[in-house]
Design a protein around this ligand. Sequence first.
Ligand code: PMP
Length: 396
Amino acid sequence: SSTWRNVAQGPPVRITEAFKADSFDKKINLGVGAYRDDQGKPYVLPSVRKAEDKVIASRMNKEYAGITGVPEFTKAAAVLAYGKDSSALDRLAITQSISGTGALRIGGAFLARWFPGAKTIYVPQPSWANHAAVFKDSGLTVNKYNYYSKDTLGLNLEMMLGDINAAYPGSIFLFHACAHNPTGVDPTEEQWKKIEAAVKAKGHYAFFDMAYQGFASGDVDKDAFAVRYFVSQGHDICLAQSFAKNMGLYGERVGAFSVVCANQSEKARVDSQIKILVRPMYSNPPIHGARIAAEILNTPELYEQWLGEVKEMADRIITMRALLKENLEKLGSQHDWSHITNQIGMFAYTGLTPEQMDQLAKEHSVYATKDGRISVAGITSENVGRLAEAIFKVKG
Ligand code: PMP
């Protein structure tokens, strides 16, 4: 008998199968977590094209990067996240990572090995589905905290603060820095201040996942508010960054993981342990995407251009939210759809039930996840009318 006879069949990971199988030419895919232009096509930022041309023209060699990656990239990534005047910059241990997921994975492994308190990480309910898997595989215990209210379709701050207060002191809390996935619901700046105070009062540790800096509001500084505020209040946070969305570098896998340390000597020790973790995982990261990102971040002209392009992407998404709501109202829907425009980032949490989502797929060829999450990036000026009609038909 065969060696792998005991291997169980896992569940399918993606929802794209049904979309692919549908032959209707006006089918709509709102499941993908990637930006699409108004023609529904994948989008390569012009600033990325320019930077890539420069990288290629410079005929650099293909030697290995160091374990922690391309230094011109990580230095600039730190400035982007923490701000150029941040007190954290010269006591920051940072490494390049395999995009945001890899950053979370290094972070999980670092905390599992070195976090002095309970090795329990609290993630929001709901959260990006991969969070729990990444942290569990890293060796952490994963718990949930309340985040979203099904009644208001918004943040449940009271319950969230209650859970922060009730958690064993010195626990790890994961926060989405901006553009919460899947709900699109972010705390306001005032709410972040309350969250920070509660985290501090219980001696908890904050781990930020910033996968959408700039993509939420269109402004990279505004989207970094929570990260910078926690640092300003004395939290030695850690941070996972991704350049998949804000630079459209999805498949290039460009990211960074950083730990704010108390001082230089702590930074040196943390740095050394990050290297010890990364070396047996993948030795060192890929260089091409990091060179592109570094070129953009370190060339003033390209950087300005990129900021404009990030804003364009964010604005298109904000416009599609407004159009979807408007179309639903025009059709005569009596539901309050203001959550569609109140939410932020790539995703909207519609409040549709799994049955209604099923019906959307089967009867209207509109595909998204069962939890009612739609990718607003998949909406275009052309399909928004048909989408609104489909939602109106299943929900009223
Ligand atoms: N965190 C969150 C909240 C995300 O939504 C994503 C992407 N879907 C990631 C991290 C990581 O993505 P990537 O590995 O492509 O950077």
